[in-house]
Structures are given as structure tokens and as C-alpha cells.
Design a protein around this ligand. Structure first.
Ligand SMILES: [Zn+2]
Length: 350
């Protein structure tokens, strides 16, 4: 089969012919119809997350949509022929945290799809059956690629921060893959949204997706603009950029009892927060790690009900994934991108 293969952490993928994976007990073989392309893939490829030499060579890609074409022993669901999307954490499904529906915190976590085992930059991928969730009828494979991460992650963030109708929610990095769906999700939970990003084209998209206002982080009066709109401060800040400047921007913008949600991290990156500041305004800082299996199903349902619109702005053949990586690195990709293997493109003109 054709696949994009990573041979060194921090390198670029190469389009190659490799052996098709076989299916073993408890797993399914999926014919990939489309795979999402976002910053997390680049983060994984760069080795920021894990750079074990024994994991190479590796096929990246973790937001996968495709048809099940074979099932291993002991698999009753999903069935052959079913279209699925996939949870990308390799959770055990048996520990106390998995039973509580906190799969990303699994005590026996074996890593992530696209890092610790091969992912969806390929014509076929084999994965544990428990990682598969049915794609609802009426949702196209391309639209569905945004569900496993770009839409499910904002659902988890919204639940972590308990976003409710009285909340004003500020999203930093609002036009990116997770950000543009965070804007929509905060509204589904009843919040009003202020988006922060860079450049008029990106801010326009953020407004179109439901933010009451969108401001450019590169202009010096961005903080004042937010303050003008929310004079008492925002009640929730979601930082999808995760550098010391954005974290400080969020803390300064929070109202008393405000909640800051952090989910974008880099090795070695830390920032100073004075306990006095947290106490004086009773601020809360919440870590948010990916999403549960249940939340992926709920995210899919919200898309099927057209309450969330997947924003996948560019689709290219799998062979040309490098062009999307370049756009991502340059901050020029709006929302998410996706790749389609040659076989899948031939089967479906959509
Ligand atoms: Zn577990």
C-alpha cells in the first residue's frame, strides 16, 4: 500500500510503498477514506511528544476515517463495512480510569496513534476495535476527519470548564483546527465567544463561526479590546497557543472566579503564576487532555445534528501532504486540512 512514512523524529515524511497491515485478535483493519492534517501531527512528527527510536519508521496521522474491511478474533463491533472514526489514544479499556470514561488518563496508556503505532497517512490502518466509533449517516468522510480531535477536544474543554449560558469565553488561536471548533462548541454550551487570532482572513472566519468579536493578537491594544467587550473580564479563557505570553494574556483577562483551560503544551515550557493572583480573584487553572471515547460519539452526534460545522478548508491527495504541512507551519491553514489516499479518491468523487 502507499503511505507517508517518517524515518526520523523531526524529519519530513516520504511517500512510499509499504506492506499492508494484518489484522489480529481484538483489532480491525480499516480502509482509510480520509485523514485529518493539523498541528498535532506536526507536533508528533517533530518528536516533541515522544522520540523513541524503536517507534521508527512510523506512519503519522491520527484523525482517521474509513471503512472496516476485516475484523480480528473476538471483535463484535464495529462490523465489516461500517464507517468509523477513531480515538487516537491507545488506552487499555480495562483500568479504573478507562471505566470512568477518562481514557486519555488510562493507567496503561500505550501512547498515541501515529506515534506509538502506525496511523492514517496510508491506504490501510489496523487499530484496536475499542478505538472505533461509528460515523453517523449523513456525515461525509472529509467532514468526519475533524471529529476525533478538532471537535471532540473542544467538547472535553467545554465540559472541563463547565461552560454555561452566562459565560463569556475567550479563545486564543481561534481560527486553527481546534480553535474554530472551540468557538462553535462554546456557543453550543451557551457561552458567548471572543476569538483571538492573527490576520483579517482568520478573524473573519472566527466571526462567521459565531464569535461576537475577533481581535488580532499582534496589535498592542488587543487586551483593551477584550476589556471593552467584557468590562468585568471573561469568565473562561481557552489557550490553544500555550506560550508564556498567551498564558499571561489569559490570566490578565479573567474575571473573578474565572477559569483558564490549558491544553497546548511544549517540553520545558513553563510560566510563573503568583499564588496571590489566583487567591485574590479565586482563579482556576484547568488542564484538559484530549477527550473520552464517549465524547467522540457526542461530537459526532453534534455534527450529524448540524449544531457543529466541521471546518476542513483544504483537501489534497495523500501523496501531497507536504503542501499542507508547509501551510500549517506558516500559519496559513484555516481550520483543518485533510488528505485522501488515491484509492479512496477513485472510489468516491465526494
Ligand atoms: Zn485504561
Amino acid at each position: 500500500m502507499h503511505a507517508q512514512v517518517l524515518h526520523e523524529w523531526g524529519g519530513e515524511v516520504r511517500y512510499e510503498t509499504v506492506a499492508r497491515p494484518s489484522v489480529v485478535a481484538g483489532e480491525v483493519l480499516i480502509e482509510v477514506e480520509a485523514c485529518s492534517v493539523g498541528l498535532t501531527v506536526l507536533n508528533y512528527m517533530s518528536g516533541n511528544h515522544s522520540r523513541r527510536p524503536e517507534d521508527l519508521p512510523r506512519i503519522p496521522g491520527h484523525e482517521i476515517v474509513g471503512r472496516v474491511i476485516a475484523t480480528g478474533d473476538g471483535v463484535s463491533s464495529p462490523r465489516v463495512g461500517e464507517r468509523v472514526l477513531t480515538h487516537f489514544y491507545l488506552f487499555c479499556g480495562a483500568c479504573d480510569l478507562c471505566h470512568l470514561g477518562h481514557e486519555p488518563l488510562c493507567r496503561n496508556l500505550a501512547g498515541q496513534v501515529g506515534v506509538a503505532r502506525d496511523g492514517g497517512y496510508a491506504e490501510y490502518v489496523a487499530l484496536p476495535a475499542r478505538n472505533c466509533i461509528a460515523v453517523p449517516d449523513g456525515v461525509s468522510p472529509i467532514a468526519a476527519t475533524a471529529i476525533p480531535d478538532a471537535i471532540a477536544t473542544p467538547l472535553h474543554v467545554s465540559r472541563r470548564a463547565a461552560i454555561a449560558p452566562s459565560d463569556s469565553v475567550m479563545v486564543i488561536g481561534a481560527a486553527g483546527g481546534v480553535g474554530i471548533h472551540m468557538v462553535q462548541m462554546a456557543r453550543v454550551f451557551g457561552g458567548t465567544v471572543i476569538g483571538i487570532d492573527r490576520g483579517e482572513e482568520r478573524l473573519k472566519l472566527v466571526r462567521e463561526m459565531g464569535a461576537v468579536a475577533a481581535f488580532d493578537s499582534s496589535v498592542p491594544d488587543a487586551a483593551q479590546s477584550v476589556r471593552h467587550l467584557a468590562p468585568r473580564g471573561v469568565t473562561v479563557a481557552v489557550d490553544l497557543v500555550g506560550n508564556p505570553a498567551t498564558l499571561r494574556f489569559c490570566l490578565d483577562a479573567l474575571a473573578p472566579r474565572g477559569r483558564l483551560v490549558v491544553l497546548t503544551t511544549f517540553p520545558g515550557l513553563a510560566t510563573e503564576v503568583a499564588p496571590r493572583e489566583l487567591v485574590a480573584r479565586e482563579l482556576a487553572i484547568l488542564g484538559s487532555r484530549y477527550a473520552s471515547r464517549w465524547e467522540l460519539g457526542e461530537a459526532a452526534r453534534l455534527v450529524a445534528e448540524r449544531r457543529i460545522t466541521p471546518v476542513v478548508t483544504e483537501v489534497v491527495p495523500l501523496a501531497e501532504v507536504g503542501s499542507l504541512h508547509a501551510k500549517l507551519r506558516g500559519g496559513r491553514l484555516l481550520g483543518r486540512g485533510a488528505v485522501v489516499p488515491a484509492g479512496a479518491a477513485a472510489r468516491s468523487p465526494a
